[in-house]
Design a binder for this molecule. Structure first.
Ligand code: ADP
Ligand code: ASP
Ligand code: MG
Length: 406
């Protein structure tokens, strides 16, 4: 008898019909002789509309209250899923994140799991139940409700799979698996059969939101092998694990895009130790996450420093930096949004050259201007105009021969 964790995302539980579909699939898994723990997300659109509601009553809602609010989305789904399973004649019980034993730190809206005591999950399983756990939420050791960051139900599923030593962890979503690029953007994208943690992590953290990046980090740390697959059919999905066959030979595994980016440039920064530290310490204390950083070579004793960040954080960054700019004697702060990031990812880049050249050539062939460039061991990324991102993704995908039939 295997112990299986299944996670169903927002679209998969998006309406009563789909919740019943999930209930049937879960019962079928149980009837095949398995014990099943199911993690569910809020019904699609619910988390976004709760955020919108909050903004309508308060311009800057307290993060503690946001967690109390947002956790209701998943709480609705666990109850409905358990009811659906019970109505179909099987036995299910729902558990909130706290009841499932998920303990987190105190960082509201993006809490980290610090401990997981699955006693209540085991008791419910032993009672012959299918156990339905609310994704995306936990509680602090003081009993405060927390949430795990957007897409956090993936993390709940992986963490529970690790804690109960599940034999199988399946992430059910609205596509057949992890593709070479978002199939909604690049129609020729191909499903990847196997991908290693490092590649999945780079893709997830550079915009492939099919998996929450922190959940992949967690899976890598605890060696949780998981499968990403569709809740709407029986097709095999993508296996995510430490190593895949011939992993070094595949130079580019996939392409990620991230819209909603903004760029800030601090001009005429005096070229002396401590100026960059001042800028980025100021940003760090506000909790703003910075992505690419580029500093030019200094000419005439000053230099420009540019960085990118999520567009939503731009006003906060601008406000935070005003004082620092005066203090270090820089000239001005230029900000622009309407940009996007395209990243090509592959473990094989460690041992193959020419990826950057091919990427730049593909973009130039389409007349797309590159505004910033960054590289890491297994990723090359560029910032371009947001309006060009779909075209860029398609030409780059084609240039690296990633498409169907390639
Ligand atoms: P869920 O609600 O099930 O968690 P998400 O919306 O978070 O689902 O993630 C699934 C979506 O991720 C897909 O619908 C797809 O548009 C998008 N996506 C982005 N990049 C990729 C990729 N490389 N492969 C597959 N899907 C991707
Ligand atoms: N409901 C949460 C979100 O929309 C968590 C999740 O879906 O994984 O981000
Ligand atoms: Mg998701």
């Amino acid at each position: 008898m295997a112990l299986i964790v299944q996670k169903y995302g927002g679209t998969s539980v998006g309406n009563p019909e789909r919740i019943l579909n999930v209930a049937r699939r879960v019962i079928a898994t149980r009837d095949a002789g398995n014990r099943v723990v199911v993690v569910v997300s809020a019904m699609s659109g619910v988390t976004d509309s709760l955020i919108k509601l909050a903004k309508e009553v308060s311009p800057n809602p307290a993060e503690r209250e946001m967690d109390v609010l947002l956790s209701t989305g998943e709480q609705t789904t666990i109850a409905l899923t358990a009811m659906a399973i019970n109505a179909l004649g099987a036995k299910a019980v729902s558990l909130t994140g706290a009841q499932a034993g998920i303990i987190t730190d105190e960082v509201h809206t993006k809490a980290r799991i610090s401990d997981l005591s699955p006693g209540q999950i085991h008791t419910a399983l032993e009672g012959g139940n299918i156990v339905i756990v609310a994704g995306f939420q936990g509680e602090t050791s003081d009993g405060e409700i927390t949430t795990l960051g957007r897409g956090g139900s993936d993390l709940t599923a992986i963490a529970i799979a690790a804690a109960i030593k599940a034999d199988l962890c399946q992430i059910f979503t609205d596509v057949d698996g992890v593709y070479t690029c978002d199939p909604r953007l690049v129609p020729t994208a191909r499903k990847i059969e196997e991908i290693c943690y490092d590649e999945m992590l780079e893709m997830a953290s550079s915009g492939s939101k099919v998996m929450q990046s922190r959940s992949v980090e967690f899976a890598k740390k605890f060696g949780v092998i998981f499968e990403v697959r569709s809740s709407f059919n029986q097709n095999p999905g993508t296996l995510v694990k430490e190593e895949t066959q011939n992993m070094e030979n595949v130079v580019v595994r996939g392409i990620s895009v991230e819209k909603n980016q903004a760029k800030v440039t601090v001009t005429n920064v005096p070229d002396r130790p401590g100026t960059a530290a001042k800028i980025f310490t100021t940003l760090a204390t506000t909790g703003i996450i910075i992505d690419m950083i580029v500093q030019n070579v200094s000419t005439a004793g000053t230099t420009d420093i540019s960085f990118t960040l999520n567009r939503d954080e731009l006003p906060k960054a601008q406000a935070a930096l005003q004082g620092a700019i005066r203090e270090i004697g820089a000239k001005e702060l230029l900000a622009m949004d309407g940009i996007a990031k395209l990243s090509v990812v592959g473990i094989g880049m460690r041992s193959h050259s020419g990826v950057a050249a091919k990427l730049f050539e593909a973009l130039s062939g389409a007349g797309i201007n590159i505004q910033m460039i960054s590289t890491s061991e297994i990723k090359t990324a560029v910032i371009i105009d947001e309006t060009k991102i779909a075209e860029a993704a398609n030409v780059v995908h084609e240039a690296f021969g990633l498409g169907a039939g390639a």
